[in-house]
Design a protein around this ligand. Structure first.
Ligand code: NAP
Length: 219
């Protein structure tokens, strides 16, 4: 599958490593330009590109950058993507890092709804509570007793199915965490955030979440 990854740090870099190892055709971009991604390209076989070109022809696009940087992404980012592209949002709003985002703090938008509005396209929220190192070390075959489960939220059921299938291929189970209006259940400070556990425990943790933003994650 053709996959574009925007962000080549902890999360974007490790997704680049695993997705290329599975044989996907990966393009990867960061803020400084493709010339700074030569080593990652040589290591993985991914193609370093400019952000403007990252989504070209892609069936899946991953956004793995600090939330505050989402507002700086070029307009028309997804114009050249494949029809029905699934956009994965891995982001978490950390006011200490991202500054105060009024849409989240005052309007009460979920973090991913805010991101959708910036990029003008629906997203599927996934990997946001997954430690980057677990993307490399966590994969297990289907049915393994210690296989971790990741919550996945999104309004576009077709896109969500594609993302869940990709995560299964990466070596994790998934739990359908509802639509983007429900995705506060997996935001920072919730019981499922950073939880390394299987299907039952992840399902239970999602159910136990409170809609109140925890003080640590408010501006
Ligand atoms: N670290 C984790 O374990 C983890 C786990 C789950 C979710 N997350 C979330 O995932 C997101 C990324 O986290 P991370 O830890 O991977 O961050 P990171 O290591 O700091 O990497 C950020 C990446 O984003 C790129 N970037 C920044 N602004 C950009 C822009 N305007 N256009 C294109 N690329 C841009 C950076 O490129 P340059 O280096 O060229 O600036 C860098 O490659 C955050 O929202 C974080 O909360 C992180």
């Amino acid at each position: 599958m053709k996959i574009g990854i925007i962000g080549a740090g902890n999360i974007g870099g490790n997704l680049t490593r695993r997705l290329t190892a599975l044989g996907h055709d990966v393009s990867v971009a960061n803020s400084r330009g493709p010339h700074t991604l030569t080593a990652l390209g040589e290591e993985t076989g991914a193609t370093p590109v400019r952000v403007e070109d990252a989504a070209r022809g892609a069936e899946v696009v991953v956004i793995a950058i600090p939330v505050k940087a989402v507002a700086d992404l070029p307009s028309g980012l997804l114009d050249g993507a494949a029809e029905g592209v699934a956009v994965i949002d891995t982001g978490n709003y950390y006011p200490q890092r991202d500054g105060r985002i009024a849409g989240i703090e005052d309007e009460g938008l979920t973090e991913s709804r805010w991101t959708e509005r910036q990029i003008g396209h629906p997203v599927v929220k996934a990997f946001n509570g997954t430690y980057a190192q677990d993307i490399l070390d966590g994969p297990r075959p289907a049915g393994a007793p210690d296989r971790m489960a990741l919550p996945v939220a999104g309004d576009d059921e077709t896109a969500k199915r594609r993302v869940r299938a990709l995560i299964d291929e990466l070596g994790f189970d998934t739990v359908d965490a509802g639509g983007i209006d429900d995705s506060w259940r997996q935001q920072p400070g919730t019981p499922v955030y950073g939880l390394r556990a299987g299907l039952d425990a992840v399902t239970k943790a999602l159910a136990e979440a409170s809609p109140e933003r925890s003080a640590d994650f408010r501006a």
